[in-house]
Design a protein around this ligand. Structure first.
Ligand SMILES: Cc1cc2nc3c(=O)[nH]c(=O)nc-3n(C[C@H](O)[C@H](O)[C@H](O)COP(=O)(O)OP(=O)(O)OC[C@H]3O[C@@H](n4cnc5c(N)ncnc54)[C@H](O)[C@@H]3O)c2cc1C
Length: 516
């Protein structure tokens, strides 16, 4: 994105310009509108998301939507999945095998004692229209089909050049502040030269939407949020959209092995879903496909002058655990009241500095937790035998299954629940024991390919480029160019064997948060 040369003469003035009209941009608009702050939002797409994508809205997010007066409307939009609770893992859906990784999001109703709101499973394509409607009712100027082409900032404000994708007309907007909710590739973050920290790409999936009338009969009364299908020849994650006819299937994708999206033909996808479900003649019609990349990255800073990053532009995290959009929506709330305070004159601009201080550590902890949850749930594509980051596969930044754990365990001092285990919503009643190693060692913990059990594994030497002390910014946080280094490394042989430990989840699970 090229910055515009000068502030110039503005066609439109607004206190806050929001770039991006997905979950986080719409939430920012909603929270600003609720506080009476006039604002303009530009979104390059013509409408809201048509793909279910993020679905799990946690208690805090629902509390925020409650304050904005939308809790009931969201509940109605989400009613179709109101009875879906658990996470199932099974090798096939045709028998009763399989384990519930958890059966309730809030087992025992512990959270319900502290909040009037509860978890709500509402697909992004159902949630966004509710947010859009609510934001417009509160006076937001929301312009879809409008792309921000460039921006520039000075001491007094930000000037942005936006273009209508329908008419091609350009408009110059002058704002006091700009909120970039423009997603993981964030052109605004790029233009500001704000780097990112974190392990980087974790795994790749192709998300297939499909219809099947017969699948509801196979699933029966198992009302899961997500079902991890673990057939080694056809694994994936199955998600209900309406429990009847519409479904989503996340299939692992391995571009690092040269696999292209064109190879995901309808025939191949149908065959894969049938094999994964275990019904060779299941009726399946593919209705859409979207490639997506799970990553763990957090922006080096959340603000540059009068420009603020929020949502995926500030942090990317694995979808496992449903942390991504929740963290972004909570960024939006934090930023909105501070902007309202400063623009309303009852706080000094220095208040806005607390946005980075308060929200960035949350993203760092949460993105690490999301990665470790991907490992615990063996999210399809994350650690397949021979796959990226898995045993026998090429090393992938962040695919060290314990990268998150290593961080989570750090401040542990007593045998009681640590502040990290509380903050990270630990899934196990107690921590699994595993060998300790010096914090800056050249060893990493790797599990056996057949084991999901955290106590089964081995210490393996880190590849040279993952070791510490390779210069600034490279201590365990690989950046661009790592792929080339990875490619030069010899790949260990693929190890055969069943992928999951059968007894891991026999113990009761105390999960507070999970989805996907
Ligand atoms: C398969 C999948 C499942 C997920 N499941 C969950 C889940 O269960 N729970 C959860 O919390 N999260 C989940 N997530 C993550 C969640 O979808 C994202 O965190 C969330 O969508 C981020 O919202 P965002 O508004 O920050 O960014 P995005 O959704 O990426 O939106 C950015 C928007 O900015 C617009 N934009 C970009 N540049 C411009 C420009 N120059 N001008 C105008 N518009 C622009 C884009 O068009 C886009 O609409 C999932 C993600 C995936 C991929």
């Amino acid at each position: 994105m090229n910055r515009s040369d000068t502030a110039g003469r503005a066609d439109h003035r607004t206190p806050v310009l929001i770039v991006g009209g997905s979950l986080v941009g719409l939430s920012t608009s909603l929270f600003l509108g609720r506080l009476g702050v006039p604002h303009t939002l530009v979104e390059r797409h013509a409408g809201t998301s048509i793909h279910p994508r993020g679905r799990g809205n946690n208690v805090r997010t629902m509390e925020l939507f409650r304050t904005a007066g939308l809790e009931q409307r969201i509940g109605r939009a989400a009613s179709v999945l109101a009875d879906n609770h658990g996470i199932l893992q099974t090798s096939s859906l045709v028998d009763d095998e399989g384990e519930w990784l958890l059966q309730e999001i809030d087992p025992g109703g512990g959270l319900a004692r502290f909040s009037p709101s509860g978890w709500c499973l509402c697909s992004q394509n159902d949630l966004e229209p509710v947010l859009l409607e609510g934001a417009r009712e509160l006076g937001g100027d929301l312009r879809f089909g409008t792309e921000m082409m460039s921006f520039d900032q000075d001491a007094e404000g930000v000037t942005a050049l936006v273009k209508s994708r329908e008419t091609g007309e350009h408009t110059r907007i002058r704002a006091d502040y700009l909120v970039a909710a423009d997603g993981p590739r964030s052109p605004v973050r790029e233009a500001l030269g704000i780097g990112q920290n974190g392990p980087g790409d974790l795994f790749h999936n192709v998300s297939l939407t499909f219809t099947s009338r017969g699948l509801a009969g196979v699933v029966g009364d198992r009302r899961f949020i997500v079902c991890y299908l673990t057939n080694p020849d056809a694994d994936g994650a199955l998600l209900p959209v309406d429990n009847r006819e519409h479904w989503v299937f996340h299939a692992p994708w391995h571009p690092e092995h040269g696999e292209t999206l064109e190879e995901f033909t309808d025939e191949r996808c149908v065959a894969h879903i049938r094999r994964a479900v275990g019904v060779p003649d299941l009726d399946v019609e593919i209705t859409g496909r979207a490639a997506w990349h799970a990553a763990e990255r957090v922006a080096e800073r959340y603000a540059d002058g009068r420009v603020f990053l929020a949502g995926d532009s500030a942090h990317e995290m694995s979808p496992t655990g449903a942390f991504g959009s929740n963290t972004g929506i909570q960024d939006a709330h934090n930023l909105a009241w501070k902007l309202a305070a400063v623009l309303g004159g009852w706080a000094a601009p220095g208040l806005l500095e607390s946005y980075d201080a308060e929200r960035r550590p949350v993203a760092e902890a949460t993105s690490a937790r999301a990665s470790s949850r991907s490992s615990e749930h063996s999210h399809p594509g994350y650690t397949p035998a021979g796959g990226p980051g898995g045993p026998g596969g090429p090393e992938v930044p962040g695919a060290s299954r314990w990268s998150g754990w290593a961080r989570c365990r750090r401040p542990r001092r007593s045998r009681g629940p640590s502040r990290w285990s509380r903050c990270c919503w630990s899934r196990w009643p107690r921590r699994p024991r595993r060998p300790r190693w010096p914090r800056r060692s050249r060893w990493r913990w790797a599990r056996w390919p057949q084991g999901r059990h955290p106590q089964r594994g081995a210490l393996l030497p880190l590849p040279a480029w993952r070791g510490p002390g390779r210069g600034p910014g490279d201590a365990g946080h690989p950046r661009r160019g790592d792929a080339d280094r990875r490619a030069r490394q010899p790949r260990p042989a693929r190890v055969a064997g069943p992928r999951r430990h059968p007894g891991l989840h026999a113990r009761p699970v105390r999960a507070l948060a999970a989805c996907c």
